[in-house]
Design a protein around this ligand. Structure first.
Ligand code: FMN
Length: 149
């Protein structure tokens, strides 16, 4: 799920979608503000992609979702968070950290460390996003194997 004002996070979401598909994993992409959050529990993996807004805040279109997460238990989910920000601002990409902490507090499993992208994703960011997806998939696989022991 992503939220995007000027397209940078949408571009990140598109890259992630392609990488999941390249790894033979079926993925759906939706805007946070257009998503019925309850459907999250139908998925094994959740990736949140968000920009950061004034004073390092979670952007308004994603805020309802951020608040909703506070009261959810999502222990069957493996998650990752990434997003675009601008190092011009002191609170660079803090919405990424906020979502990461909040998802951890739901009991979900962190599949990868957060990835912060400076504005539009460049080739080196695609590389980092590739590692991010692989880490999520490996964490998920390792967790599933442990469950089956
Ligand atoms: C009014 C305003 C405030 C912003 N505040 C922050 C901020 O505190 N931290 C940050 O990292 N980026 C901040 N940004 C930069 C955006 O997060 C950045 O441009 C991002 O790439 C936008 O993503 P989008 O293209 O997906 O909308 C701000 C941008 C605007 C317009």
């Amino acid at each position: 799920m992503f939220t995007s004002m000027t397209g940078n996070d949408e571009a990140i979401a598109d890259i992630l979608f392609r990488i999941f598909n390249d790894n033979c994993v079926q993925a759906d992409v939706s805007r946070i503000e257009d998503t019925d959050y309850a459907c999250i529990t139908n998925y094994d993996v959740l990736v949140v992609v968000s920009y950061t807004y004034e004073d390092g805040e979670v952007p308004r279109p994603a805020y309802d979702f951020y608040e909703w997460l506070e009261h959810e238990k999502l222990s069957s989910l493996t998650f990752g968070v990434c997003g675009s920000g601008d190092t011009f601002y002191e609170d660079f990409c803090t919405a990424v950290d906020n979502f990461d902490s909040r998802l951890e507090n739901t009991g979900a499993i962190r599949g990868a460390d957060p990835v912060k992208v400076e504005l539009y994703p460049e080739a080196e960011d695609e590389q980092r996003l590739g590692n991010f997806v692989l880490s999520i998939l490996n964490t998920k696989k390792g967790h599933d194997e442990n469950q089956n022991v």
